[in-house]
Design a protein around this ligand. Structure first.
Ligand code: FPP
Length: 237
C-alpha cells in the first residue's frame, strides 16, 4: 500500500478529563469543560487541513453508570456546546452527524443535536461525527435487527448477507473507514468505539490527558500516521 498521507477519517477517544480535574483539584465537570476547549481546537484544525471525517466519542452506552449529577452536567455541556459552536461550524461548512441512540438523551440535549444535524445537513465540508449514547455492539445489534426486519418485510432473500449490507445500517453509513484512531491519557483500549469501522485503523495512544491535548500533539499523531505502512492484510515485499 502507498504512503497513507492525510487520514480521511480520524476518530478520537477523548480520555482523561476526570484525571486532569483531580490533578488540578478541580471538580470533574471542570475537566469536561476544559475537554470541550480542547475539542473545539481539534475540530477547527481538522476542518482547516481538509480531514474528511472526524469522529469524537463524547458519551458511551456505558457512561450511564456514572453519577447522576455528572451525567446531567454532561448533557448540559452538550447543549451549551452546540449553542455556542453551531454558527462557526455551519460557516465552515461542517456537517454534523450524531452516532448513537439520541432518544435516551435529555430533551434539551436531543433538541440541540437534532437542530445541529438539520441545520448542517446540506453542508459539504468536514463530516463531524459526535458519538452520544454510542456503543459499537449496540450499533451492530441495531444493524442486524434492521436487516432481519428488511428480510421479513421484503420476504426472505436467498442471498447471503455481505459486509456492504451491514455497513448500510451502521450510523456511519456512506463514510470511509477510520484511518487513524487516537485515545489520549495513555489508556490502550478501544472501549466499544467504532470497532467495525476501525478494522484497519492505525492506533495512537498519546500519554497526555484530553484537556491538555493540543493541536501540536495532534500534528505529531498526523505526522506519525504518515510514516506508518498500511498493508490491509496484504504484503508489500
Ligand atoms: C473521558 O474522560 C471523557 C468523557 C467520558 C466525556 C468526553 C466529553 C467531553 C470532552 C465534553 C462533552 C462533549 C461534547 C461534544 C460537548 P473521563 O471522565 O473518563 O476521564 P478519566 O478517565 O480521567 O476519569
Amino acid at each position: 500500500m502507498p504512503n497513507p498521507g492525510l487520514p480521511r477519517h480520524v476518530a478520537i477517544i477523548m480520555d482523561g478529563n476526570g484525571r486532569w480535574a483531580k490533578q488540578h483539584a478541580f471538580s470533574v465537570m471542570m475537566g469536561h469543560r476544559k475537554g470541550v476547549e480542547a475539542l473545539r481546537e481539534i475540530i477547527r484544525y481538522s476542518s482547516n487541513i481538509g480531514i474528511k471525517v472526524l469522529s469524537l466519542y463524547a458519551f458511551s452506552t456505558e457512561n450511564w453508570s456514572r453519577p447522576e449529577a455528572e451525567i446531567a452536567a454532561l448533557m448540559r455541556l452538550i447543549v451549551e456546546f452546540f449553542r455556542s459552536e453551531i454558527d462557526e461550524l455551519h460557516e465552515n461548512k461542517v456537517r454534523i452527524r450524531i452516532l448513537g441512540d439520541i432518544n435516551a438523551l435529555t430533551a434539551s440535549a436531543r433538541d440541540a443535536v437534532i437542530m445541529a444535524q438539520e441545520r448542517t445537513r446540506g453542508n459539504t465540508g468536514m463530516q463531524l461525527n459526535i458519538a452520544l449514547n454510542y456503543g459499537a455492539r449496540d450499533e451492530l445489534i441495531r444493524a442486524v435487527n434492521a436487516l432481519i426486519a428488511d428480510a421479513r418485510d421484503g420476504g426472505s432473500s436467498a442471498e447471503p448477507l455481505t459486509w456492504k449490507d451491514i455497513e448500510h445500517h451502521l450510523y456511519t453509513k456512506g463514510q470511509p473507514d477510520v484511518d487513524l484512531l487516537i485515545r489520549t491519557s495513555g489508556e490502550q483500549r478501544l472501549s466499544n468505539f467504532l470497532l467495525l469501522q476501525s478494522a484497519y485503523a492505525e492506533l495512537f495512544f498519546p500519554q497526555k490527558l484530553w484537556p491538555d491535548y493540543t493541536v501540536a500533539d495532534y500534528q505529531d499523531a498526523l505526522a506519525a500516521y504518515v510514516q506508518r505502512e498500511r498493508r490491509f492484510g496484504g504484503r508489500t515485499t
